[in-house]
Design a protein around this ligand. Sequence first.
Ligand SMILES: Cc1cc2nc3c(=O)[nH]c(=O)nc-3n(C[C@H](O)[C@H](O)[C@H](O)COP(=O)(O)OP(=O)(O)OC[C@H]3O[C@@H](n4cnc5c(N)ncnc54)[C@H](O)[C@@H]3O)c2cc1C
Length: 471
Amino acid sequence: MYNIAIIGGGAAGSAVFGELLQATAVGTVHWVTGGQATGRGIAYATDNEQHLLNVRASGMGLFAEHEEQFLQHAMRHRAGVSGADFLPRGLFGDFIEAQIQGRMEEARIRGRHFQVHEPSAERIQALPDGSLVVQLASGHRIQAHSVVLALGALSPRPLRAVTQRALASGRYVVDPWRPPELENAPRRYVVIGTGLTAVDTLLSAASRWPHAELVAVSRHGQLPFRHPVEPLAPCPHQARLNARLLACHGPLAMLRQFRRAMHEAPTSDWRSLLDGMRPINARLWQSMTLEQRRQFLHRLRWLWEAGRHRMAPGSADAIQRLIDNKRLQVHAARVLKVDGEDNLQVHVRHRATQVHSTLPADVVVQATGLDTTVGYTRHPLLSQLIEDGLVRADPLQLGLAALPNGALINAQGRAMGRLYAIGSLLRGSQWECTAMPEIRVAAKALAGALQSGQSQDTVNPPHLAGDASPA
Ligand SMILES: Cc1cc2nc3c(=O)[nH]c(=O)nc-3n(C[C@H](O)[C@H](O)[C@H](O)COP(=O)(O)OP(=O)(O)OC[C@H]3O[C@@H](n4cnc5c(N)ncnc54)[C@H](O)[C@@H]3O)c2cc1C
C-alpha cells in the first residue's frame, strides 16, 4: 500500500491529514506534528480575543467540501454568531482540533491506518527505489512513498538594517509573536511593518501598555484596508474582468484592466472585484514571466497585500481610534538603520520628502510579514533538502520551486512527484496560498492526486522565461 507522510502540524498539515484519513486508496498516513498544538500554528494559537480572523466565519472551513462547519462550530459555542462575523482566531484553533479529533475517531472505527508523531522531522532521504525516509528528532524513521511539507512560514530573520548592538540589547524583537518580558512599560513602541501582523502587534501593545506611544513604519505606510461590515454582492461584470485579466501580459496591464472595470462599474465596490478574482489569482500569477513577477513584487506588492489581506472591521475601528487619539502614528518611510543599546534609534528616510529622521524607541518589533527566503534559512530540514538537491529555492526566494500542483522541483529541475508542499512554501508557484480558502482547496486536490498515484509521475516543469537557475 501507498504510505504518505505529512510534515507540519499547522492548519495546512491538518487539512491534508484530515482529507487523507477519508481516502481509501492509501496505506498508512503518518502525521509529523513537531509537537505543537494540533492545527494552531502561529495564526490560531492566540487567546487574545482582539486577534480576529480576517475571513468571515462562513468562509473559514477546514475542508473544501464542508466550508460551513466552522460557522456551525462557532454557533454552538458562542451566542449570536452569524456567518458575516470576523471571530477570534483562537476559536478557529479550537475548531481545527475538534475536526481532527473527529476524523481520527472515524478513521479508527473504519480501521484506517494512521500514526501521529510528535518529534519534528530532521532529514528526508531518497532511496534508490524512489521512496523517501523521514528521520525524526527522536531517531525514529518513517518510510513513505510521498511526503508533503506543510511547514508554514520560516522563522523571521533580522532586517539587514539592524546592528549587532541593537540585536544584543534585547530591545529589538525579531519575532513579533514572542514579545519581550519588559521590567518597565515602554514609553515608545515602534513596529516595523504595517500589515496584518503589525496590526495585531499594535493592538496587543495598546492594551498591554495603555500609556505607550505607538509608531508603525513601512515604505508606503499603508495599513491593510478594511473589510465592510456586511458581505459585498458580487460585481455583475466580474466574469468580463476576469477574462480580460487572463488575457493580459504582466501586472501593470492587469492593474489597468482593474481600473477600467472600476470605471465601468462605478457603483461596485473595488473589494468585491478583488475578491471575485480569487479563483483566478494563481493562474494570473502563473501566467507571468519571472521579470513580470519581479515587477509585481517591486511595484504592486504593497498595494496588493493591503487590498487582498484586509482588516476585520473591529480591528480597523480599534486602529482608527488609536490614530484619532494620537496614540498611534504611521510613517511612510524606509528604515535605514536600527541601532542603540539602552534605547534604540530607528533611522528612517521619509517617502514623501526624502528627509532623514530618527525615531527613538524603547522597543522595536519587526513585523514585516511572511519570510519565505528558503535559500537563507536555518530550518534544519529545509537546509538539508536544499543541500542534498531534493528541492531548490524559487528563483525569487518565494519558498520552494514547485509545479502548480505543489510537486517540488529538485536541483536538476525535475519534479519527481514524491515530494510536495502546501501553504507558504508555494508562494513562488501560486502566490496566494496561505489563507484557509486556498489551503483547503489545495489540500483536497493534493489528497486526490496522492490517492490516485498521480504523484509518482516524474515531470519536467515548464521553465519560466528568464529563469536563470539550473535546469
Ligand atoms: C497572525 C496570522 C493571522 C492569520 N489569520 C488568518 C485568517 O484569519 N484567515 C486565514 O484564512 N488565514 C490566516 N492566516 C494565514 C495562515 O498562514 C493560515 O491560515 C494557516 O495558519 C497556515 O497554516 P500552515 O499549516 O501552512 O502553517 P503554520 O500554522 O505555521 O504551521 C506549520 C507547522 O509546521 C511545523 N513544522 C515546521 N517544521 C517542522 C518540522 N521539521 N517537523 C515537524 N513540524 C514542523 C511548525 O512548528 C508549525 O506548527 C494568518 C496568518 C498569520 C501569521
